[in-house]
Design a protein around this ligand. Structure first.
Ligand SMILES: [Zn+2]
Length: 671
């Protein structure tokens, strides 16, 4: 189509569709019609309009227009134009059909310069979102010389161009028109950074690209969201011929979260649902990381965490389960966590070593054009998913403070250029840590063995210790397993109850089940909690707090989910209590034996003042702020302080000016 024709269409569209974005999109569609194809087109042919289906969907919504009809009339116009009036389309091509080409997805990394100015559709994750800004769309211009007025619209570069006064030009004079004040109409625009989804990358590094959202799409995209995007690849035009940045003009954006989850096929589902409960649990455990021998309880714990609710149960209580694997180096813990990644669809894998607060939460990133925009870290990207952190103990201690918030509150807060930015990050945390001194020392407490602050440890619902036990039978079986992996010795590959994809589908399915605790389950949980509290009081060392009760509740609900139950009952509580006991058992502690040494978290011989200051120090975050609640909890756990005496001591210190209350509601110790 000639540019005149295009302009003509454009002008017509202006009248019919005053809303610019739709009008322009429509004009663009018409512009996409391939004129080489038109020359050879015959009647009865089908013309495949190369636009993305979801891109044209807004037309239905907004104007109740049929895109096929629009496409057909556009095609007719284009045919008229190609044949320059020699063949009237209405007469010569009455039976041509227009169809929308199937949505064809490509990958962000495949978009090269051959796609310049063409629409493409791809999946991406939103990595960063800039401020809302506006750009001019229309404006009235006036010539200062002759007073001629003209309304101009901006082109796709969002700039007014060609402002030379035509009337003056005609009279061989030169004049540039100026904008009439107050006549400009604007639209929102927002810079974002998009990235290839981790599960789709082919190279090691996911590809990033700057992109622009406009008009009604502005303000609805947030960091970490997965989106299907149709956009036009553009290169910024520069008269000086310098290298220029590339970006993506977004035409349409659609949520992908929870849309493309792998779900079980009906046959499988039907079979699982009628399966015997014990067999089902066994089947799930044995299908998870089948090449890693043993670790039955740990596998169950990880599965429970994966299906836990990645949201809130109540306003104040989190639904997600956090689990920590502590173990000697070289054990299966990292491998087990890697396996989790293979059976979950939204998960991120990071290592504590080298993770910064900005990398985990959000940080400012400078863009090529000089402006800085907020970029999401691991946790916001794992929102409603699973965040796997290997070498958790290697994390910078100053950055550890942010872990409190994210593990319990499910959000990350950062102060960015003076403003407090909060991002949702409700993610299951699955972490692995090495013992501080290389190997786990039974003579020391858990706290002494791992280099992690107590408030962080209490945010894990389950902690397992993986030790390299010298066990004859175990070793022999392990050896068999190794040989099997190499294809030596052993028979055919072990048949698992489910394959990886089935397991993923299963977990996705049950993850959506809403569970309630029955009255019986609640009573049983309460009894267990009281029992644990008594043991804790007796020995003064086991950390049993209301958090413990919450943990047991969460785990019970997850267990019921694994069995397709909407009501978690006493049997689920019992299974979870078994697992809880097993987690203690791995540390060589028994919950039932009253005579045993319960020194999982042992208190030191300190006087009350020393205990208070020590606890205070442990609760301080990187800016030396202390949360009152954290302090009470720690005092209770580590030194068995009653809440009342903690509060008394706190008030005493506050009144004597040792503690100062800060604007953020936290406290600081006055030196
Ligand atoms: Zn003029």
């Amino acid at each position: 189509m000639s540019s005149d024709k295009y302009q003509d269409n454009h002008d017509k569209m202006n009248k019919v569709y005053p809303d610019r974005i739709y009008r322009d999109n429509l004009a663009t569609i018409i512009n996409w019609i391939d004129h080489d194809k038109l020359v050879t087109m015959k009647d009865n042919d089908v013309y495949y309009l190369d636009v993305d289906n979801h891109y044209v969907a807004p037309f239905y919504k907004k104007y109740e227009l049929d895109i096929i009809d629009i496409g057909l009339s556009s095609l007719s116009m284009a045919l008229d134009s190609v044949h320059k009036g020699k063949k009237l389309a209405a007469f010569h091509f009455p039976n041509v059909k227009v169809k929308i080409k199937e949505e064809s997805n490509i990958q962000l990394s495949e978009i090269g310069t051959e796609y310049e100015n063409k629409p493409t559709t791809f999946n991406s994750v939103i990595l960063a979102v800039g401020r809302r800004q506006a750009y001019p769309v229309l404006g009235k211009f006036m010539c200062p010389e002759c007073g001629d007025e003209e309304t101009k619209s901006t082109d796709h570069t969002r700039k007014f161009k060609d402002l030379v006064c035509r009337a003056c030009q005609f009279n061989k004079k030169k004049s540039t028109m100026v904008l009439v004040e107050g006549s400009m109409k604007s639209e929102f625009v927002q810079d974002i950074v998009i990235q290839e989804p981790i599960d789709e990358i082919k190279e090691n590094q996911p590809v990033n690209m700057d992109a622009k959202l406009i008009d009604s799409d502005v303000g609805h995209s947030f960091m970490g969201q997965k989106k299907k995007i149709t956009g036009v690849f553009r290169v910024e035009y520069d008269t000086k011929g310098k290298q220029k940045d590339i970006y993506m003009d977004i035409l349409a954006i659609k949520d992908l979260d929870d849309v493309e989850l792998v779900m079980p096929d009906e046959c499988d589902l039907h079979q699982w649902m009628k399966e015997d409960e014990t067999k089902l649990i066994d089947g799930l455990i044995s299908s998870f990381a089948p090449h890693i021998f043993g670790y039955r309880n740990i596998k169950l714990a990880l599965l429970l965490a994966v299906v836990s609710k990645r949201g809130r149960i109540h306003e104040r209580r989190r639904g997600w389960v956090n689990a920590l694997l502590v173990g000697d180096p070289g054990m299966a813990k990292s491998m087990l966590l890697e396996e989790v990644q293979k059976i979950t669809q939204k998960s991120t894998f990071t290592t504590g070593k080298g993770s910064t607060a900005a990398g985990l939460t959000a940080g400012m990133v400078k863009q090529d054009n000089g402006t800085s925009i907020l970029q999401a870290g691991t946790y916001p990207l794992s929102h409603r998913g699973v965040a796997i952190v290997d070498e958790f103990d290697k994390m910078n201690k100053d950055d550890m403070g942010i872990m409190h918030e994210v593990m319990e509150q499910g959000k990350v807060s950062r102060s960015v250029s003076g403003k407090n930015v909060s991002l949702p990050a409700m993610a299951v945390t699955l972490a692995a840590a090495n013992p501080r001194f290389g190997n786990y020392d039974d003579g020391l407490t858990l706290m002494e063995n791992i280099d992690l602050p107590t408030p962080i440890l209490t945010r894990f619902d389950l902690i397992f210790l993986i030790k390299d036990k010298v066990d004859g039978i175990m070793d022999e079986k392990k050896a068999d397993k190794v040989l099997e992996d190499f294809g030596i010795g052993s028979e055919e590959e072990k048949e698992t109850y489910m394959n990886k994809k089935q397991l993923m589908a299963y977990l996705n399915y049950v993850n959506n089940i809403e569970v309630e605790l029955t009255v019986g389950a609640q009573q049983k949980l309460k009894k267990i909690y009281e029992k644990l509290r008594n043991i804790s009081k007796e020995k003064g060392t086991i950390p049993v707090t209301p958090r413990t009760l919450e943990s047991l509740g969460r785990l019970t609900m997850s267990y019921a989910k694994l069995l397709f139950k909407t009501q978690a009952d006493e049997s689920d509580v019992a299974a979870v209590y078994d697992l809880y006991r097993e987690s203690y058992h791995t540390f060589g502690k028994e919950l039932e034996e009253s005579g045993s040494q319960l020194t999982l978290m042992k208190s030191e011989k300190l006087n009350k003042d020393q205990q208070f200051t020590k606890a205070w120090k442990k609760c301080e975050n990187d800016k030396q702020y202390v949360d009152e609640k954290d302090l009470y909890e720690l005092l209770e756990m580590e030194y068995s302080w009653e809440r009342k005496s903690s509060m008394n001591k706190f008030t005493q210190c506050y009144n004597s000016g040792l503690i100062r209350k800060c604007a953020n509601g936290r406290y600081r110790w006055e030196e």
